[in-house]
Design a protein. Structure first.
Length: 345
């Protein structure tokens, strides 16, 4: 996190840990505000990579699961970087900054993925740099978010992942009532002060909870190389293009799409526990005879207590069994509806 920005947040009452805001003094009330009100989040849990150079577009096109040519000044994109075996190494939110591409991912993966991408550069005219501390990213969510942001940005982007820009930075519509702002550190203080007049500041984890409730998977260090894109529903949130050319893992991703039955999908669930589940925790059901039937992908504390999770599971276990956290004797998952439909096999 940019040091000047961190100092400013501290003056605003932020409790900061590992480059993200834990809370502003009332964690439980902040989670309830994320559910019921209009909130302002500092998204320091994410980092940003910049791909620059005249061959940046073709470079990324050859590596990522989505068609990078569809990213424009007015449209952002979800995508993934995969292993040769088709397993996701990172999920990415991508937008343009002039001729450059900005790739957002969990901050803990920023440097490892920068190194990974740099290994592919060879003689390509492209540079991959970590600009996480050069960009401040804010999230605004809630029924009044659109009205608040129109006062600052004027005309707002239409449609999922639409983008608008002005002197304040770029604005990405990440949901019906959710927006992400990317701005320069020297502009962030003024922007924060203006927005917090009508939106309550809340901890960064509130945004993680909103992502979970939206069914948006985020690959973390604990879940790297665990899921093919379709297992985590990345295809259902437009993070995969099945008509583009080759990229690492493309054959596996395509085979999963067109051949055979997809055996695993991602589901939204609640874990009623006082102890926090963790991404990467295994899930069990009686049909698997002691073997895990799934894994937690993302976890966040829920406004009403316990934890909401995104769980990648065998579809057969989800449809016919009770599913338990960590063991057959563990807490049973309570499944909730996703905001999109999982297609039948």
């Amino acid at each position: 996190m940019n040091q000047d920005w961190q100092k400013f947040l501290t003056t605003q009452g932020a409790q900061i840990q590992d480059s993200s805001v834990s809370h502003f003094g009332e964690a439980a009330a902040e989670r309830q505000a994320a559910r019921d009100g209009t909130v302002l989040c500092e998204l320091g849990q994410f980092g940003t990579l910049r791909a620059s150079g005249e061959e940046a577009e073709s470079f990324l096109q050859n590596l990522l699961s989505n068609d990078i040519r569809e990213v424009s000044a007015t449209r952002a994109q979800l995508s993934s970087l995969n292993s040769p075996k088709g397993r996701m190494l990172a999920t990415l939110l991508i937008w343009r900054d002039g001729d450059d591409f900005l790739l957002q991912l969990p901050r803990a993966l920023s440097e490892p993925i920068r190194k990974k991408l740099s290994m592919y550069v060879l003689r390509a005219k492209v540079k991959i740099s970590d600009v996480s501390d050069e960009i401040v990213t804010l999230g605004v969510s809630g029924a009044d978010a659109q009205e608040i942001l129109r006062a600052r940005f004027g005309e707002l982007p239409q449609g999922q992942l639409g983008v608008a820009k002005n002197e304040s930075g770029s604005l990405i519509r990440v949901g019906e009532t959710r927006w992400q702002i990317n701005t320069a550190p020297h502009r962030a203080n003024t922007l924060w002060t203006e927005l917090k007049r009508k939106a309550r500041p809340v901890g960064s984890a509130c945004w993680d909870w909103l992502n979970i409730r939206s069914g948006i998977p985020v690959i973390l260090p604990q879940t790297q190389e665990q899921f093919v894109a379709q297992m985590a529903n990345l295809d259902l949130v437009n993070g995969v293009n099945f008509k583009k050319g080759c990229y690492p893992g493309q054959e596996i991703v395509a085979r999963t799409q067109y051949l055979g039955k997809l055996k695993r999908r991602m589901y939204l669930a609640h874990v009623d526990s006082s102890k926090a589940p963790q991404p990467g925790d295994e899930l069990f059901s009686a049909d698997m005879e002691g073997q895990a039937s799934g894994m937690l992908a993302n976890v966040a504390a829920a406004p009403s207590g316990g934890y909401d999770v995104l769980a990648v599971l065998l579809t057969s276990s989800r449809e016919t069994q009770q599913v338990h956290w960590k063991s057959l004797q563990g807490t049973e998952l309570q499944f909730l509806p996703l905001p999109y439909t999982i297609p039948a096999n």
